[in-house]
Write a protein that binds this ligand. Structure first.
Ligand code: ADP
Length: 289
């Protein structure tokens, strides 16, 4: 099974070009869709989830025409949106059961399916609490449980780790990586770490355009030996910006450490740095490499 996206475009009525000629080949496994806020990730996710229409282009999932045959997509789709509504005061197990009804799971199987999913996402102990009382991490795991109802072949998770603490994030990573073995999981995120930990393929998008698509390692290889770093003073930043192609800067103990892209040794106290996925991300969105 593969998801094939060709020349997808979307312009909102206010003139924002959220998707511009997006083409991607998404195989089975975890696929990272990495881009800063406003890049167009949610627009793409919502289009693939049949919640909104594109202006042009095609998307096919195996034999299914995603943009035309919405019912067929919905039967094989699991979607965890950025925010999902929960009913207060209803127990998690009851809510999942209710969602299973909506998903068309036959009553004879429902109890078994719901219980198995609650165990799978490690919420069995907490099944009698309401989802509205859950922590961020528990809520996201519940979100995965509902996305897995009906054995979907395509699972879309939109910014799932935002707001999770490191421990919760790790538990969530483990859960996602187990799921990603036999189905297509598209993980949309602005957090480089999410992609680094989980995804065998990825795309970097910004301003509605695909800036890179492929394996993270291949992107790293292109930058190998060309990333240089230096600790500078804050007051020197502007001068460095004028002289070099700065990819990123971060503060370490209050002092900026800058990364630049250069084919050759820039000397001047720069040290060669190991290229990381952050460098790929920033180099692409800043148009440096
Ligand atoms: P991301 O998920 O990467 O943050 P979005 O797809 O939400 O990006 O947004 C892409 C661009 O489209 C942004 O500039 C955003 O402001 C704009 N946008 C998103 N939804 C709408 C909408 N319903 N109407 C108008 N503009 C929108």
């Amino acid at each position: 099974m593969q998801l094939t996206i060709r020349n997808l475009s979307k312009t909102y009525s206010n003139g924002v070009k959220a998707l511009q000629d997006v083409s991607l080949d998404i195989p089975t496994g975890m696929y990272g869709l990495l881009g800063p806020n406003g890049a167009g990730k949610s627009t793409l996710m919502r289009t693939l989830a049949t919640l909104q229409d594109a202006d042009a282009g095609t998307a096919t999932l195996g034999e299914i025409d995603v943009l035309k045959d919405k019912d067929a997509v919905r039967r094989t789709l699991g979607y965890l949106p950025q925010e999902f509504g929960v009913y207060p005061r209803i127990k998690a197990v009851e809510m999942l059961d209710h969602l299973a009804v909506l998903k068309g799971i036959p009553s004879g199987q429902r109890k078994e399916v719901v219980n198995a999913l609650l165990q799978r996402v490690n919420l069995w102990e907490h099944r009698k609490k309401s989802v509205s009382s859950y922590s961020g991490g528990m809520r996201q795991r519940f979100g995965i449980a509902q996305a897995l109802l009906g054995d979907p072949k395509l699972i879309i998770v939109d910014e799932p780790t935002a707001g999770l603490d490191p421990g919760e994030r790790n538990r969530f990573y483990n859960l996602l990586s187990e799921i990603g073995e036999n189905v297509i999981v598209i993980l949309s995120t602005h957090i480089v770490e999410d992609v680094k930990e989980l995804c065998s393929n990825m795309a970097v998008i910004n301003d509605g355009r695909v800036l890179y698509a492929g394996a993270p390692e291949a992107a790293l290889l292109q930058l190998q030996g060309k990333i240089w770093e230096k600790a500078i003073q804050k007051t020197e930043m502007e001068a460095y910006q004028q002289r070099y192609q700065i990819i990123s800067s971060k503060l370490v103990a209050g002092k900026p450490i800058i990364h630049i892209f250069s084919e050759n040794d820039p000397a001047e106290g720069f040290k060669r740095a190991e290229a990381g996925l952050e460098d790929v991300f920033f180099a692409r969105i800043n148009g440096v490499a």
